[in-house]
Design a protein around this ligand. Structure first.
Ligand code: PGA
Length: 250
């Protein structure tokens, strides 16, 4: 089963509109004609529409970093799937560890957001991963299983086809510490086998599982060459066009 890799940039709360425009101007020529992988930029909410407009017709897609599960309503500060789709974005991050840690997101809210994303035909990138204390206590597998089970609750194999999962060990995010390719591969296998148990083998072998956590041009190739690593979710090293283009072209 060949899975097209996804190389996604998570810009978090970085870049002004002018900085985002300067990035796209520099980045597009660096990845011109690159169709081997799916390339996606996830700017912060106010920049999604502008970046989508700048990338229109190119080989680079745009995604949001979060959404609300309701179709619409009195939810000040929130964004719906239809609004994301309406500005030309195609992907959305769900349950990033910073959202879980600082904004109270849980496996239950991740599940609601995932359902809203699939219903809108956006491509979800569901983020999971253990914190350092959990890894040190030998709980990594239990945590990953719980997060995947929670995210996929009441979702059928047919509905699950577009789902992308990003395994991001929390201790590796923004710290410069990367999981070794072998550690990442082991975790990805746990995730894939959990998807097989919950849904079916065909869905599990089609689902794309990205690695995230201090991915850089220097470690991208060894991570990407693992059999169950189907791409990368990149924070810090995605803020610079040259650095991110090197990861795309690992
Ligand atoms: P990092 O962030 O690449 O800066 O570690 C990854 C992420 O948070 O998605």
């Amino acid at each position: 089963m060949s899975r097209k890799k996804v190389i996604a940039a998570n810009w978090k709360m970085y870049k002004t509109p002018a900085e985002a425009a300067a990035f796209t101007t520099a980045f597009l020529p660096l990845v011109a004609g690159h169709t081997r992988d799916e390339i996606v930029l996830h700017p912060s909410p106010l920049l999604v529409a502008g970046v989508a407009w700048q990338l229109k017709g190119s080989n680079v897609a745009v995604g949001a970093q979060n959404l609300h599960w309701a179709a619409e309503g009195a939810y000040t500060g929130e964004t719906s799937a239809a609004q994301i789709l309406g500005v030309g974005a195609t992907h959305v991050l769900i349950g990033h560890s910073e959202r879980r840690q600082y904004f109270g997101e849980t496996d239950e809210t991740v599940n609601k957001k995932l359902k809203a994303t699939l219903a809108a035909k956006l491509i979800p990138i569901v983020c999971i991963g253990e914190v350092l204390a959990e890894r040190e206590a030998g709980q990594t597998e239990t945590v990953l299983r719980r997060q995947v089970e929670g995210a996929l609750a009441d979702i059928t194999p047919a509905e699950a086809a577009p789902i992308v999962i990003a395994y991001e060990p929390v201790w590796a995010i923004g710290t410069g510490k990367t999981a070794t390719p072998e550690m990442a591969q082991e975790a990805h296998l746990v995730v894939r086998s959990t998807v097989a148990e919950l849904l079916d083998d065909a869905t599990a072998s089609a689902v794309r599982i990205l690695y995230g956590g201090s991915v850089k041009p220097e470690n991208a190739t060894s991570l990407m060459s693992q059999p169950d690593i189907d791409g990368a979710l990149v924070g810090g090293a995605s803020l610079d066009a040259t650095s991110f283009s090197k990861i795309v072209k690992y």
